[in-house]
Design a protein around this ligand. Structure first.
Ligand code: ZN
Length: 113
């Protein structure tokens, strides 16, 4: 795959991840111990699918800057730039590979955690 495409995939996903960080922070503030809707972090910029995770589950995915939450089946949007590393009830965890993974990691550091 072209480097530019991979770079775009990494960037798209990081935008959704920033939005999800806001959701997580708000849910945490309210002490939510139930599943809350997060935005699917797949590579499709048009995707508005919601996936349900607890704050704890989402925090686990965020341990690694290359890991993203995807709705079931949405890993195909990354066109091979992401591997499914775990399947849960209603969502997947994918790891970005190649340039897409590098960009995701860079952006994660840049946002100041
Ligand atoms: Zn999606």
């Amino acid at each position: 795959m072209e480097k530019m495409t991979q770079e775009r995939i990494g960037r798209n996903d990081s935008i959704f991840r920033d939005a999800n960080e806001g959701i997580r922070a708000a849910a945490e503030e309210h002490g939510a111990d139930f599943r809350v809707p997060f935005i699917c972090e797949c590579a499709d910029p048009e995707c508005r699918e919601l996936v349900l995770l607890t704050v704890e589950e989402y925090r686990r995915v965020r341990q690694d800057p290359r890991w993203f939450v995807n709705a079931l089946g949405h890993q195909v949007a990354a066109q091979g730039a992401a591997d499914v590393i775990a399947r849960y009830d209603g969502y997947l965890v994918v790891e970005k590979t190649g340039r897409a993974g590098e960009v995701a990691e860079e952006l994660d550091g840049a946002s100041g955690g």
